[in-house]
Design a protein around this ligand. Structure first.
Ligand code: SF4
Ligand code: WCC
Ligand code: FE2
Length: 621
């Protein structure tokens, strides 16, 4: 494995990697070293396991698989299935929220409720459901049925296409890229990539884009919007981040995964007076719930719960030795956490039948029993407090302050009720443009080095940055998520953000909440009567690793947003697919991917693009 200094930019991470090595505990970094070098065919995307005439690998000496598929077909098929996986993850999460809404409507749960009635009614109106003079329950029922139908195959287009600028919808219609139903596009991708179906790489890529659009404007958007309805629409608030949010004198429970349906209940249970009293009787100064990854983002945005860390901090958080329980739902949860928890007193608890971990304690959290189950989980954590070995506890730092809670609703409210002041600030050049920096950590990259550097480079150029997912913690730890961070920004951003009292880097939520950014882009385009591809905006995922991040990148591009990746997906084995992704899509959808590992250059590329788009809108550079 690499020297610790090369693995992360953070002191808390480096201290915990050193502790892990001293204690003989293996982490992601050791396993990456074992797996390196990786299979070259797999890296290039030129390996196929889609049938048992194979598996096949493509090279100059053997240019076709047993069935005759060439590198282009195989790479496109693999990429298509990769996108289908990511879209399925976000969208199945979205569906879980519809099921909770259903349980609320049917009276099957008292643990969840409709918190933001106004938002529910607004969503209904936006998706063509009658609101005036109707009972809330009837409106909610229609919203639920309509969103369930977005997953099926009976619609011509998904509901939230109501938000998409007409010019963009025309582009999609012409290309056969209009998303019809979430499950339909994902299933069709599996069908197309069976042996003997879609054997034309560009055609497969178009469907990959359609599949990702059913995620961004479908499953993810439904997930975000219904989470707001059920748990409240985020508003700006202060919180803290890094491993210092874990408290030596408290019962520490970390929630990890994505779905607030679980983490919100854990939080509610941790605030139960009887359980707090029990924790205190056992010598703790209370119960501390902190977040990891996206379910952390969900709680941070709505409840101001502190963030312990992002993807590459999840193993390291346990290594503090002060975590009584890690409670997970699904996605991005390294199975190694079970082994690492086993090296301490930490209880590893899984809560979803579709994401079980061998060796975990399992609870089936369902709408009808959620709070009861959550209380049992919190009780287990409390009882674990006595088993903690004080000699192995090391919490390596003090937390840093962050500001969070920027939903579009909150931003519009802060702007005085409309997007006009934002449009004016863009027109005046105080905000030259905006870039969403999203996604993950990847152990192949020094943790958060690119996430942080890109954000800093962009704000210097008066480009507003929106962060979601695991970039949140990176930006927060770097001091970019507080109003004082305007000191690191250019003069225009400093003026605008300073006047509003907000940071130049705004926390926009979890990964499904990238739908909030799509919605904002669409609203801006509609306000200016242009297409999304005409806006001075961009997207980036510098340190991405997951299928879901690829789906996000692709729906951004297909929505007309110029999108950066710090390293390529496994497509380089096909020139056709690579050229399409990095240039050919420009003619089709008005945007492409660009791959660039240097963040100074990346910021310059965005700068050039923003200049060109501003010029196109008749604005100064
Ligand atoms: Fe090989 Fe074709 Fe089967 Fe893929 S589908 S494993 S390329 S024979
Ligand atoms: Ni979203 Fe990436 Fe984090 Fe997982 S939680 S690691 S996909 S950014
Ligand atoms: Fe996520």
């Amino acid at each position: 494995p690499k020297p610790i200094e090369e693995l992360s930019i953070w002191d808390d991470a480096k201290a915990m990697i050193a502790k892990a090595r001293a204690e003989g505990i293996e982490t992601v970094h050791e396993r990456l070293a074992q797996q390196t070098p990786h299979c070259k065919f797999c890296e290039l995307g030129t390996t196929c396991r889609n049938c048992t005439m194979g598996p096949c690998r493509i090279s100059a000496k053997m240019p076709r698989g047993v069935c005759g598929a060439d590198a282009d077909v195989i790479v496109a098929r693999n990429f298509g299935r990769f996108i289908a996986g990511g879209s399925a993850g976000h969208s199945d999460h979205g569906r879980d929220l519809i099921e909770v809404l259903e349980a609320i409507i049917e009276g099957e749960t008292k643990d969840y409720k409709i918190t933001d009635e106004a938002k529910l009614k607004a969503l209904a109106a936006e998706t063509g459901i009658e609101v005036e003079g109707r009972e809330l329950k009837d409106v909610a029922t229609d919203v639920m049925e309509n969103f369930f139908a977005d997953f099926g195959s009976r619609k011509k287009e998904i509901s939230f296409l109501s938000r998409v600028p007409q010019k963009r919808k025309d582009i999609w219609a012409k290309l056969g890229m209009t998303p019809r139903g979430v499950d339909r596009e994902i299933a069709e991708m599996m069908h197309r990539t069976h042996m003997g179906c879609d054997n034309d790489a560009p055609n497969t890529m178009i469907h990959a884009a359609r599949t990702s659009l059913s995620d961004g404007w479908g499953g993810s958007m439904i997930g975000t919007e219904l989470s707001d309805v059920i748990f409240g629409t985020p508003t700006p608030k202060m919180s803290t981040a890094n491993l210092g949010v874990i408290k030596e004198d408290k019962v520490n429970i970390l929630v990890h995964g994505h779905n607030p349906v679980v983490s919100e209940m854990i939080l509610a249970a941790a605030r139960d007076p009887e359980l707090v009293e029990k924790a205190e009787k056992l010598g703790a100064k209370g119960i501390n719930v902190a977040g990891l990854c996206c379910t952390g983002n969900e709680l941070l945005m709505r409840q101001g719960i502190p963030m312990a860390g992002n993807h590459l901090m999840t193993e390291l958080a346990i290594i503090t030795g002060a975590v009584e329980a890690v409670v997970v739902d699904y996605q991005c949860i390294m199975p190694s956490l079970v082994q690492i928890a086993g090296c301490y007193h930490t209880k590893f608890i899984d809560t979803a039948n579709k994401a079980r971990f061998s060796g975990a304690i399992h609870f089936d959290i369902e709408p009808h029993n959620a709070l009861q189950q959550a209380k049992e989980i919190v009780n287990l954590a409390i009882e674990g407090f006595a088993e903690r070995d004080a000699g192995r506890v090391d919490i390596p730092c003090e937390p840093v302050e962050i500001m969070t809670g920027f939903s579009n609703e909150a931003v519009i409210a802060a702007l005085g009720g409309s997007l006009d002041p934002l449009v004016q600030a863009i027109a005046a050049g105080d905000i030259r443009g905006a870039v969403g920096i999203v996604g993950c950590n990847n152990p192949k990259i020094k943790q958060d080095s690119m996430n942080v550097e890109l954000a800093k480079e962009l704000i210097k150029k008066d480009i507003l940055v929106l962060v979601t997912g695991c970039v949140t913690t990176a930006a927060g730890k770097a001091g970019l998520l507080v109003p004082d961070a305007i000191e690191m920004a250019g003069p225009g951003l400093k003026k605008v953000c300073g006047a509003l009292g907000i940071p130049p880097v705004l926390h926009y939520g979890s990964c499904v909440d990238n739908a909030r950014i799509l919605q904002l882009c669409a609203a801006l385009a509609n306000a200016l009567n242009v297409d999304i591809s005409d806006l001075p905006v961009g997207a980036s995922s510098p340190e991405w690793y997951s299928e879901k991040a690829a789906a996000i990148g692709l729906y951004a591009v297909a929505s007309g947003i110029y999108t950066h990746l710090g390293h390529p997906p496994n497509i380089l084995g096909s020139e056709v697919v690579t050229d399409l992704a990095t240039s050919g899509l420009e003619d089709l959808v008005g945007a492409t991917f660009f791959i660039e590992p240097d963040m100074v250059k990346t910021a310059e590329m965005f700068d050039e693009r923003i200049k060109a788009k501003r010029k196109g809108l008749g604005l100064s550079e």
